[in-house]
Design a protein around this ligand. Structure first.
Ligand code: GLY
Length: 382
């Protein structure tokens, strides 16, 4: 067990614990195989009263809910289940209201705990409900996708989407515990696994060249199902995210590095109308390639680093160019306009995460519009 870890419950011998150090809001991310079946025992030390409200979606419920509820029953924890429809449209005000009503009608008390069992949509929605119900109750994340295990379940960002854009209504509300069961990744469709893998590559590309090299060597086997490589990749990603979140919980500085690829990616996602043509992680993969291309154009980064990033993304089967997205035409003007409606705009200026090389990302608002237009046009022509 890590010295400053807060989880007191029993765990398997191969489990990893990554602490997120945030003073009295510190918590552990426990990573390992088979955690869902002992989740009740792992959660018990974090529950002020033995009563939880599980928020999940229909797809995840069919696969994993009974394992979780059995472990809760074994641990003597009462549970109420709230099931929502799968998909991005669930991250709405309307569903939030339904979840809040179900929590309150189900007897939620200040000492109850909300458990998010699912991917990023469920985690963000349930986390936001927990942040505002009774002015804030505890919550525990049990992420069931690679993307949510390495990114969205960690760091306390919770939100629903607004008409004006994604994630525009939300709160920072840290979980009390994150349980990342790497066995559940076996049930993910390959495309979704790959989309999550783009966020894993992001940690190497933004701050850790040796992790990027490790992914070049191990990424294919990890994606093909090697359980210990998966656990290692999840743990190293969570360690990277935990380090950044501990320094800048509310994104007033360094946390913005985690948005590498996201300004371009969100513009592409918005153009694709979230209709399944482009998954978030796929947008991040293309966005990272575009951020490195822009960095190379600005003379900040060696061309070979951008090529190496794209070669690895391509090798595992991720898209690297807008032309890899089926049935969609893009124009540079439209994408740049969409980038301007991203929430990373400050005082009217777009914030970019660019790179001086693999593992050397930095934050800037200083990008000449002509270079941006030329870089986006070149990416569209690729
Ligand atoms: N997904 C980026 C962040 O948590 O800051």
């Amino acid at each position: 067990m890590t010295p400053d870890s807060k989880s007191g419950a029993p765990r398997g011998p191969s489990d990893r614990v990554v602490p997120v150090s945030l003073g009295d809001r510190s918590y552990d991310i426990v990573i390992g195989a088979g955690l869902l079946s002992i989740a009740g025992a792992l959660m018990t030390p974090h529950l002020p009263i033995p009563k939880v409200f599980i928020v999940t979606d229909e797809t995840v419920a069919a696969l994993h809910l009974s394992t979780l509820t059995e472990s809760l029953s074994e641990a003597g924890v009462a549970h109420t289940v709230i099931t929502v429809a799968p998909g991005e449209s669930t991250k709405s005000f309307a569903t939030l209201e339904t979840v809040l009503d179900a929590l309150l009608e189900g007897g939620l008390e200040r000492k109850s705990t909300v458990v998010a069992l699912g991917g990023g949509v469920v985690g963000d929605l349930a986390g936001f409900a927990a942040a505002i119900a009774q002015r804030g109750v505890r919550f525990i994340q049990i992420p069931t996708t690679l993307l949510s295990q390495v990114d969205s379940s960690v760091g306390g960002k919770t939100a629903v989407n607004a008409k004006a854009g994604k994630n525009l209504i939300g709160a920072f509300h840290q979980p009390s515990l994150v349980l990342a069961d790497t066995d559940v990744l076996d049930s993910l469709p390959r495309r979704e696994l790959l989309a999550g893998y783009a966020e894993v590559v992001k940690y190497g590309a933004l701050g850790d060249a040796s992790f990027f090299e490790w992914l070049e060597r191990n990424g294919p086997a990890l994606l093909d199902g090697d359980a210990s490589l998966r656990a290692e990749a999840v743990a190293r990603s969570c360690e990277a995210k935990a380090r950044i979140v501990a320094r800048d919980e509310r994104e007033s500085g360094v946390r913005a590095l985690l948005n590498l690829g996201h300004t371009f990616g969100h513009a592409l996602e918005s153009r694709c109308e979230y209709d399944g043509r482009l998954l978030h992680g796929e947008g991040v993969a293309i966005g990272m390639a575009m951020a490195f291309d822009l960095s190379v154009r600005l003379g900040l980064c060696a061309g070979q680093d951008g090529e190496r990033l794209k070669a690895h993304l391509r090798a595992v089967g991720l898209p690297v160019s807008p032309s890899d997205i089926p049935d969609t035409d893009f124009s540079a003007e439209d994408l740049i306009r969409r980038m301007g409606s991203d929430k990373k705009v400050s005082a009217g200026k777009l914030t970019f995460i660019l790179a001086k090389g693999l593992g050397r990302a930095f934050i800037t608002q200083d990008v000449d519009p002509e270079n941006l237009r030329a870089s986006v046009s070149a990416a569209l022509a690729a």
